[in-house]
Ligand binder design. Sequence first.
Ligand SMILES: *Cc1c(COP(=O)(O)O)cnc(C)c1O
Ligand SMILES: [Zn+2]
Length: 426
Amino acid sequence: MSAHLDLEESEPDVATDGVWLTCIECGEQFAPFAEIRYTCDHCDGLLEVRYADLPTWEDFGGASTPESGPYGVWRYSAALPFEEGVSLPEGGTPLHYVPRLEEETGVNTLRVKHEGMNPTGSFKDRGMTVGVRVAREVGVDRLACASTGNTSAALAAYGARAGMETLVLLPAGKVAAGKVAQASLHGARILEVDGNFDSCLDIVQDLAARGEAYLLNSLNPFRLEGQKTIGLEIMERFHADEGRYPDRIVLPVGNAGNTAALYKCFRELRKVGAIDDDEVPKLTGVQAENSAPMVEAIEEGNDEVRRWENVETRATAIRIGNPVNAPKALPGIRETGGTAVAVSDEEITDAQRSLAEEGVGVEPASAASIAGLRKLRETGEIEADEDVVCLTTGHLLKDPDAAYEAGGEPEPVPNDTEAVLDHLGE
Ligand SMILES: *Cc1c(COP(=O)(O)O)cnc(C)c1O
Ligand SMILES: [Zn+2]
């Protein structure tokens, strides 16, 4: 792993209230809020938020006691840079039982952490509640992101909540209807780029570098702090229900921000002794087969991820060819003993239907986790005795067109009860 992912460093004199930024490549440390930066000044490496004091379960109010705060991102403020953020509120999402899928996949336990139940319908809200709070701290007035859709919906809502101007860059014609509708109604300026997500991100990074806007893509290390609470919630609640931690977490991968955030969560819990080394869940990433640069890097054992120029999948939220958080996420998959797997669009739609049959409505990208679990059960890489949590990242209504295509057709009937009964009796 990259030498500076080990969290072993002393508090530097650049820290503010015990918080600072460290470059994961060269180890250079920076003050967190004095100046705006997204990557290392020296080597352009990714930055990670570091803390002088990391919390244990007790610091969150004691696991699942009446004294602990409500479930949600800010329950875990002891693990975050601030006591509270710009909140709607977010997190506290269900960890569903899915008995039919558990039986079918033949694992010991299967739970589904449905992040589509966040305020704007995706896990991006967890990142924005922290990220927009930081934007306030550094005193900017315009926020921006590139997005396959959900980031723009979340940023638009949190920007509106904070009373800040919001700019979103979307790949023209490639964003699901529900997401554009959200960004639009929450008042973001929507710039449609004639290019793919990766081109949008190139442009918005240029704008941020010129001081035109504060960047809230997952390159921003503070967003990943908020998203790390997905891991804290899964660990705390799975343990409360089952008396042990899950063996594996399976998740869809786009820019690999969540993979990086979960890995950081586990490193921090391990560092304070809240979990043992052998209790770290195996991070298992799933991509769509025509959009799978992370899978390629894992399968070929490469340290770097090759940028795929032409990516395509019905799962538009993970239609990404250049995962910016790969340097954080690849070590996460490898160090936890996980893996990565690619699935077809057809397998994604099948999984979307199966989740819907359990009452869990998700958008296509989310269903990739279940499709990946199925595939890895077939190859035997995931074993029958495992306790598995699949992450579903976004809500069904995000992409009504995909849901409609995957579901059944409405049946036209005459405006008459007898005729409807006849129709039903056919
Ligand atoms: C953003 C998003 C992803 C990809 O997450 P990364 O952290 O970029 O890997 C997956 N699914 C949905 C629904 C998303 O909105
Ligand atoms: Zn550096």
